[in-house]
Design a protein around this ligand. Structure first.
Ligand code: NAD
Ligand code: UFG
Length: 344
């Protein structure tokens, strides 16, 4: 058995897929989650996939004493992957204090306690949102950080700065900041996947829910952008590929391969895909026709962004491998699984 890793927010979408990959790679995982945006049954799904039930602590990471008790109970945690956060961009505009409190207090508690318990490595879930609308595409890690468009985006920038300042001040651990592009899809087993509460804000869950008839019609937010087909362009990355990058990041720090105590990597495919292209690829890959209409632009959307993932490819030794068609099929299989179980 390799090192013990704490996965905060491990019952969530990306955390659950990452737990599977960590366990497959031989790591021992402790999950911490308050289930504010997830469900305890996810732990069963992880066990069905890997044959191993990760330790699970239901607790709020804003509670520093509860976090201390976790470190006391699970002695010897060597690395932390910090997924726990609130993540709905629109909600963050309406409830900024909730977002600043949850995303910053949890991070501060962790940074306070990590040195006391000898934790050597921290992976942080950041986002390409820190680049805003980049001046140069594809965007690499040296691109300037743009003013955040939402309190949520701001918490990502602030957390990156807090971690960097803490390590520069001599904290005894390393960190890797992973800037995700647009994670989509579900585990090929359809045992775990994305389960948005209420009406989905993100494109792919809206597509699969429209395809299965939960939503009547998909709205394409704008076809008058300055892109080849007029719709916005993103870099959609398969969640299982993304999960594997976290294993690489933990390995890199625990095996002392980092070139710097804080490193940053873009996690994307390197390919931009428009909303209309995504819709058509979904239809081809699944054989399901989608009802959609062109609607007005969504406030705050940037026109186009895709990653230059070369640093992750060469330095981290990670590459996105799964085709968009296979990724979209996995999302559709997950939606069919939810229907079978009567969840949606
Ligand atoms: P998610 O909501 O599915 O997972 C986050 C988990 O954290 C949830 O299970 C939630 O219950 C838990 N949580 C939240 N606050 C907590 C607290 N105070 N204490 C304990 N648990 C808490 O989200 P996700 O899509 O898996 O995202 C994981 C991380 O990646 C987040 O930090 C998110 O901001 C970041 N990220 C996500 C995307 C994306 O598009 N999904 C893109 C870039 C970055
Ligand atoms: N879109 C539609 N119709 C919908 C939903 C989305 O046309 O019903 C369009 C959006 O306008 C955008 C694209 O689909 O052009 C992707 O939208 P998402 O909401 O799925 O993703 P975003 O790129 O807007 O943002 C997501 C996360 C952010 C994160 C960012 C980068 O929501 O938290 O990716 O990681 F910061």
């Amino acid at each position: 058995m390799k090192a013990k890793i704490l996965v905060t927010g491990g019952a969530g979408y990306i955390g659950s897929h990452t737990t599977v990959e960590l366990q497959n790679a031989g790591y021992e995982v402790v999950i911490l989650d308050n289930l504010s945006n997830s469900n305890a049954e996810v732990i069963d799904g992880i066990e069905r996939i890997t044959g191993i039930r990760p330790a699970f602590e239901k607790m709020d990471m804003q509670d520093k004493e509860a976090l201390r008790r976790l470190f006391e109970k699970h002695k010897g945690i060597k690395g932390v992957i910090n997924f726990a956060a609130s993540k709905a961009v629109g909600e963050s505009v309406k409830k900024p204090l909730l977002y600043y409190r949850n995303n910053l207090v949890t991070m501060l508690n962790l940074l306070d306690l990590m040195p006391e318990y000898g934790v050597e490595a921290l992976v942080f879930s950041s986002s390409c949102t820190v680049y805003g609308q980049p001046d140069v595409l594809p965007v690499d890690e040296t691109a300037p950080i743009k003013p955040a468009l939402s309190p949520y985006g701001n918490t990502k920038q602030i957390c990156e700065e807090i971690i960097t300042d803490t390590i520069h001040a001599g904290a005894p651990f390393k960190s890797i900041l992973l800037r995700y592009f647009n994670p989509i899809g579900a585990h090929p087993s359809a045992e775990i996947g994305e389960l948005p509460l209420g009406t989905p804000q993100n494109l792919l869950p809206y597509i699969t829910q429209t395809a299965i008839g939960v939503r009547e019609q998909l709205s394409v937010f704008g076809d008058d952008y300055d892109t080849p087909d007029g719709s916005c362009i993103r870099d959609y990355i398969y969640v299982v590929d993304l999960a594997k990058a976290h294993v690489k990041a933990i390995e890199r720090m625990l095996e002392n391969k980092s070139q710097d105590n804080v490193e940053i990597f873009n996690l994307g495919t390197g390919k931009g895909v428009s909303v209309l292209e995504l819709i058509h690829t979904f239809e081809e890959a699944t054989g399901v026709k989608l009802r959609y209409k062109i609607a007005g632009r969504r406030e705050g959307d940037i026109t186009q962004v895709w990653a230059d993932p070369r640093k992750a490819n060469t330095v981290l030794g990670w590459k996105a491998e799964t085709s968009l068609a296979d990724t979209l099929k996995s999302a559709w299989n997950w939606q069919l699984h939810l229907r079978e179980k009567g969840i949606m």
